[in-house]
Ligand binder design. Structure first.
Ligand code: F6P
Length: 323
């Protein structure tokens, strides 16, 4: 291969820039040219290609967001859209792709290979950490630390006013951010989509004598919690515990931005390089990840079809420590 493409797709995640940088520098080291594709699959269709030299990725490792922008492309889901994308890729002379994103990104790359034979390697970029085939995704550590910083601040005001706070963190269908931020933030309760009847358990806990007369409380709620959204759960809680002065804070998109942590920059650098090496070694339809501190390569199919589970021992730990 003499020329490869790189793009970011789906929700942005801190560390994506570090990954782009690693792809460009790793390819240059091997005398391979890199073309950046803006706004993911949509940019392939709309002809948004930009040559990336080593110097073009200088001074970006510390920045959140993605210099290539990102999108969730509806056009690429159509056969016509993919045909245009393929023709544009051919015109550019791109022989392989590194795609940085989540499940949707891997799905698109898999279909593209089936239809047009363009080899792809995926790198896991999402704050949710919900990708099978890697212990950590690029952006997760930063998002947890951002949430934690906010939780610590809310703790001050919760303490000052003797209030209960329900703090919603991101995680569309998963509770990885909630569990990690909840443990690190010393939360009294953590509500996750992966745990059944956790609201009932929280209620029982508040009704019990185990609370050591606590004056304030932090409860972390994952965005994807299945027993109701955070505001609905807060309303229920208010009705059941009218003596509690309850507030809700939704942390939202602040978790997606900001300077990536050292862990995310290192992970992104390692995986960006591994993606290029794998692509140039003739591999395709695989995503790179890290399992037990070692490089892991998992097929797109496995990454898409398997659900990564939370660490239930951590969940259990949170119960023990919050008593
Ligand atoms: O997948 C990352 C994520 O931030 C989820 O946690 C969240 O549910 C979703 O993206 C929000 O997407 P958008 O930015 O398109 O509203």
């Amino acid at each position: 291969m003499k020329k490869i493409g790189v793009f970011t797709s789906g929700g942005d995640a801190p560390g994506m820039n570090a990954c782009i940088r690693a792809v460009v520098r790793s390819a240059a080291y091997r005398q391979v040219e890199v073309v950046g594709i803006k706004r993911g699959y949509q940019g392939m269709i709309d002809n948004e290609f930009v040559e990336l030299q080593k110097s073009d990725v200088a001074n970006i490792i510390q920045n959140g967001g993605t210099i290539l922008k990102t999108a969730r492309s509806k056009d690429f889901m159509t056969a016509e859209g993919r045909k245009i994308a393929f023709e544009n890729i051919l015109k550019q002379g791109i022989e392989g792709l590194v795609c940085i994103g989540g499940n949707g990104t891997y799905t698109g790359a898999g279909i593209f290979f089936e239809e047009y034979g363009i080899p792809s390697i995926g790198a896991p970029g999402t704050i949710d950490n919900d990708l099978y085939g890697t212990d950590y995704t690029i952006g997760f550590d930063t998002a947890v630390n951002t949430a934690l910083d906010a939780i610590d601040k809310i703790r001050d005001t919760a303490d000052a006013h003797n209030r209960v706070f329900f703090i919603e963190v991101m995680g569309r269908d998963s509770g990885f951010i909630a569990l990690n931020a909840g443990i690190a933030g010393g939360a009294e309760g953590i509500l996750l989509p992966e745990v059944m009847n956790d609201y009932e358990a929280l209620k029982d806990h508040f009704a019990s004598n185990n609370r050591r007369n606590k004056e304030f409380s932090i409860v972390i709620v994952a965005e994807g919690e299945t027993e109701g959204n955070t505001f609905q759960l807060a309303d229920k809680f208010r009705a059941e515990f009218p003596e509690c002065d309850l507030r809700v804070t939704v942390l939202g998109h602040i978790q997606r931005g900001g300077r990536p942590t050292a862990n995310d920059r290192i992970l992104a650098s390692f995986l960006g390089n591994a993606a290029v090496e794998s692509l140039l070694a003739g591999k395709t339809n695989l995503c790179v990840g890290v399992i037990n501190h070692e490089l892991a390569l998992v097929s797109f199919k496995d990454a898409i079809n398997n659900k990564k589970t939370i660490d239930h021992s951590l969940w259990h730990l949170s119960k023990i420590l919050s008593c």
